[in-house]
Design a protein around this ligand. Sequence first.
Ligand SMILES: O=C(O)C(=O)C[C@H](O)[C@H](O)COP(=O)(O)O
Length: 204
Amino acid sequence: MKTVDDLMTLAPVIPVLVIHDVAHARPIAEALVKGGIRALEVTLRTPAAIEVIQEMTRVEGAVVGAGTVVSERQLDQAIEAGARFIVSPGLTDTFGPAAIERNLPFLPGVSDAGDIMRGLELGLDRFKFFPAETSGGLRALKALAAPFYQCKFCPTGGITAESAPLWLAEPAVVCVGGSWLVPPGEPDPAEIETRARAAALLGH
Ligand SMILES: O=C(O)C(=O)C[C@H](O)[C@H](O)COP(=O)(O)O
């Protein structure tokens, strides 16, 4: 996987993972990969996250990345741990160039036309649309995708197994992100695999 398009086309859904216990890392990654979901976004929202990335990179077939990345320090920590892609909730004039410099697939969050223009100025045209449902939902995304015809999106935030197909039917949407594949608490690998399998079959 070299480009952000490679990342976005690995599967229709990128699971957004919030993992508190490093012991959960492997069973969750294995269940997702078995179900056909290979790009795994580990959010840097828990003290265990960096170790979770390290653990998950040992799972064959997993393409592990870091989410909720908001600083240069986190960029370096995540990449050192083995992250192969970077997702951020937003885009700033300092963080954007710093992430681009790392030369990994990078999906920054955008929620309006100004954000997208800032991204275009940096040479980016692939974005996470975040927070998708509360930023106007599919209607807002369609309205943004018209002038920014060259851009593709991974909407994330409030998307569910039920709403994902509606988003994926929009031509500007390549994949969606969501936490529903891995519910909080003690992981149930069979259930996670079932959810992953269903998500992997979603499509245009
Ligand atoms: O931490 C980040 O940078 C994020 O990516 C936030 C996620 O987009 C949401 O946490 C998705 O969660 P759901 O709305 O439950 O699917």
